[in-house]
Design a protein around this ligand. Structure first.
Ligand code: PEP
Ligand code: MN
Length: 337
């Protein structure tokens, strides 16, 4: 449940509510907004009951939560979350672009992409060092060497880096290098991994599971938030449907729906959503129009030779054109790019 305090509730009244919730077995999460102070009670309401909170002085309203997610909900936080990393804001006025190869393959490949995406205006470089491949015989990524190359590219080109963690055992290493830790679609419900990244303060990019409903996705975010990491960015990347022409079906409707129910920033990855480079640019532009806070795009200097996901990768030239188109739409809807 969510407890809304009176405008003039005293500090003592707030503390009494917090203590009573904790004594009843809840974890109490205090949120002091400009307009009002809100306390989120985290715990199973069906087991723990209402703890008599409604009768306490200073309490304006007790809202039972219809949704199973609490910290991810807009009820807990009316204004959208803005995640600031250096001079880059995600969830603010500016639409951010994360671009780069599916996998880090070599210094030459990564640096060429990094230079070109930066020149086109992107601020965040993506690239997998640990790749979740369907076949164990496919290229699995360069592991720590890949992380080192990403870090070098960050220094040289003034970019932030986002890269995937697949295993809690490599999390300390990935967290040491990454500015944003990516949780891939296949791990969206790896609850142990979610809890582990929740213990860091590094921003986490949480991709939607292949067959996850919006509610299941927000519950996965809840795992991270409830461990104390408030810096979660959601990423729509296509879901499995009966359609086989495209790799997945990019659910752009998830963007306004998430924006309605949650305060978390949401970005869109049309590359994995569609799987065919030809159709990626129009959907990237549509993602901006739908209100996404960012777009993730796979870019490779020579897609034909890519070790991973070449078919969906844009050349730097196609990427530059897509950037111009996205910027035009961003301006038209009152945002920057
Ligand atoms: C990726 O972004 O590199 C990736 C593997 O994406 P997804 O988890 O969405 O398949
Ligand atoms: Mn990929």
């Amino acid at each position: 449940m969510v407890i809304v305090m009176d405008h003039n509730a005293t500090e003592e009244q707030i503390q009494t509510v917090m203590q009573r919730l904790e004594a009843a077995g809840y974890r109490a999460h205090l949120s002091r907004g400009v307009e009002r102070t809100i306390i989120g009670a985290i715990g199973d309401e069906t087991q723990l009951g209402d703890a008599g909170i409604e009768m306490l002085p200073g309490v304006a309203n007790v809202i039972p939560i219809m949704h199973p997610y609490k910290l991810a909900s807009r009820i807990m936080r009316e204004e959208g979350t803005v995640i600031t990393i250096g001079d880059v804001e995600i969830g603010g006025e500016t639409v951010q672009v994360m671009a780069g190869p599916c996998a880090v393959e070599s210094k030459e490949q990564l640096f060429e992409v990094a230079e070109k995406i930066r020149a086109s205006g992107a601020r965040i470089l993506r690239g997998g060092a640990y790749k979740p491949r369907t076949s164990p015989y496919s290229f699995q990524g360069l592991a720590e060497k890949g992380l080192q190359l990403l870090a070098e590219a960050r220094e040289k080109y003034g970019l932030l880096i986002v890269t995937e963690v697949m295993d809690p055992r490599t999390l300390p290493l990935v967290a040491e290098y990454a500015d944003i830790i990516q949780i891939g679609t296949r791990n969206m419900q790896n609850f142990y991994l979610l809890r582990e990244v929740g213990r860091y303060q590094k921003p986490v990019l949480l991709k939607r599971g292949l067959s996850a409903t919006i509610e299941e996705w927000l519950m996965a975010a809840e795992y991270i938030l409830s461990e104390g990491n408030p810096n979660v960015i959601l990423c729509e990347r296509g879901i499995r449907t009966f359609e086989t022409y495209t790799r997945n079906t990019l659910d752009l409707s998830a963007v306004p729906v998430i924006k309605h129910f949650s305060h978390l920033p949401v970005i869109v990855d049309p590359s994995h959503g569609i799987g065919k480079f030809r159709f990626v640019p129009p959907m990237a532009v549509a993602a901006v129009a739908a209100g996404a806070d960012g777009v993730m795009l796979e870019v490779h200097p020579n897609p034909v030779e890519a070790l991973c996901d070449g078919a969906q990768s844009l050349t730097p030239k196609k990427f530059a054109k897509t950037m111009r188109q996205m910027a035009g739409v961003a301006r038209a809807i009152g945002r920057k790019m």
